[in-house]
Design a protein around this ligand. Structure first.
Ligand SMILES: *Cc1c(COP(=O)(O)O)cnc(C)c1O
Length: 462
């Protein structure tokens, strides 16, 4: 299996190359040239298997023999053994036909662990094989940084530098990064905002000369391996609820569109899915595009669901590539226009999207209302991201007879501000991290200049 760019100009890559490469050199994102297909029989055979076993079966075709089966099986098993629940991602029933898929039992209590626990292991495997070392640089305003650090802390051939805006991430989120003591983990607090940190990472990727030939690796959701790892839980949840004999629907709290896009891939690979609901907070570009064909940027709003605060949904490009019948030139033209002016999708691709996707946008006041209401009706305290999905599932649902799965993307203890604002006393951290607020922190504060940051990387990488 080869991987091609959504903008049609970059060279096709192998699986190994695509894991080690971020953005394609034509500015596009890599996607598989063709998708594996699971027959009804193959899906039925997965019923009752462990999460790790389903993960191996779903991802093995993408790996394309570039890692031998035993080794890949071992990587997958190790990755999901870090989760604190025997089901890895348990399904919980909310009412007769509405379920929560709890994605927050990993080391950092949010769904990004599902992909990053595997990605760290894949990177380390390929780098060892090539006898190379690499540097990871990322900027975070929240969940991605800690999940990347947890995913890479045991990787011998990787050094990881995560930039966060000084004094501008929540204490729990900061501590999840800065209390990880490992000699390949470097936390940098930038005296600036998230955009400053992000800009420095982007500039470092654009010109890597400062690293003198070492490779810089991206772990944000433009990395195909992250999408691949997320396909698994759609299949696992679908099969648990009766696929292939029954359709399932999903409601997905969305930002960069990596999570729900993985669901779409599962559907294209044979999982019968009735409807995908894209839930957004007030940053509603996806909702505006789907409902009003308004594909344009708006100013960033800071909401109670901060991990969904985005202006642009980077992975939406992967869906556009599909909707535009894999016409890379058309996708490139659309996205170039989008950079500078409000745009709209052509009729045919928009109709194609609307056939499978619905959307719903939830503002902050409603998030609080939903947290209270869901607790009253089910006893569950939802985190603010999951609350958007819960409301969207109820309001945008096409039919009641198809099981609805709302993805619970974070543990409520991680986003105490919203939970407290909703009138609760807060939620305790799970026992394995109840000493988080007492652990020693380690991070460096640097001025918001590219020189300072790059010098820090050069001085500290091993
Ligand atoms: C990252 C994140 C999201 C958004 O996921 P995308 O793949 O970017 O759409 C939603 N909820 C939480 C808690 C997250 O960390």
């Amino acid at each position: 299996m080869r991987y091609v760019s959504t903008r049609g100009q970059a060279p096709a890559l192998s699986f190994e190359e695509v894991v080690l490469t971020g953005l394609a050199n034509d500015g596009g994102l890599y996607v598989p040239e063709s998708l594996p297909h699971f027959s009804a029989e193959a899906l039925a055979d997965m019923a009752g298997l462990s999460y790790a076993e389903i993960a191996f079966r779903v991802m093995q075709p993408f790996v394309n023999g570039e890692i031998d089966d035993d080794t890949f099986h071992g990587l997958v098993t190790d990755a999901y053994a870090t989760f604190n629940h025997d089901a890895v991602l348990p399904l919980k029933q909310l009412d007769a036909n509405h379920f929560l898929l709890e994605q927050f039992h990993g080391p950092t209590l949010a769904f990004k662990d599902v992909a990053l626990q595997l990605l760290g292991r894949l990177l380390d495997h390929f780098l060892k094989k090539r006898n190379e070392r690499a540097v990871i640089m990322g900027a975070t305003s929240g969940d991605t940084g800690s999940a990347a650090i947890e995913g890479c802390r045991h990787c011998d051939n990787l050094d990881i530098f995560i930039l966060h805006p000084h004094n501008r991430v929540s204490e729990v989120q900061r501590r999840q990064m800065t209390t990880v003591v490992a000699n390949n983990v470097f936390n940098v607090a930038i005296e600036g905002n998230f955009d400053d940190a992000q800009a420095m990472v982007k500039q470092s990727f654009a010109n890597q000369d400062f690293l003198n030939g070492s490779r810089l690796v991206a772990v944000n959701s433009i990395n195909w391996a992250r999408i691949m790892a997320q396909i698994v839980y759609y299949v696992a949840a679908g099969v648990a609820l009766g696929a292939p004999h029954r359709e399932v629907s999903f409601s997905v709290p969305s930002a960069n569109f990596g999570n729900v896009f993985a669901g779409y891939m599962a559907h294209r690979m044979g999982l019968p899915v009735k409807q995908f609901i894209i839930a957004t907070n007030a940053n509603d570009i996806l909702h505006r595009t789907l409902t009003a064909n308004d594909f344009s940027k708006r100013e960033l709003a800071a909401t109670l669901a901060p991990s969904m605060d985005i202006v642009v949904s980077s992975n939406f490009e992967r869906l556009l590539f599909d909707a535009y019948e894999r016409d890379g030139d058309a996708v490139a033209a659309l996205l170039e226009r989008f950079q500078t002016e409000p745009t709209a999708l052509a009729d045919a691709p928009l109709a194609k999207l609307r056939a499978k996707f619905s959307s719903f946008s939830v503002d902050d006041a409603t998030i609080l209302e939903v947290i209270r209401e869901a607790h009253h009706r089910t006893g569950e305290i939802l985190d603010p991201h999951t609350a958007t999905g819960y409301r969207a599932a109820e309001r945008a649902r096409a039919d009641q007879s198809t099981p609805m799965v709302t993805l619970a993307t974070a543990h409520p203890a991680k986003f105490a501000e919203a939970v407290v604002k909703a009138g609760f006393q807060g939620v305790p951290l799970p026992t394995h991290m109840d000493d988080l607020l007492d652990r020693e922190e380690r991070y460096s504060v640097l001025p918001a200049t590219l020189e300072a940051v790059q010098q820090f990387v050069v001085d500290n990488r091993r």
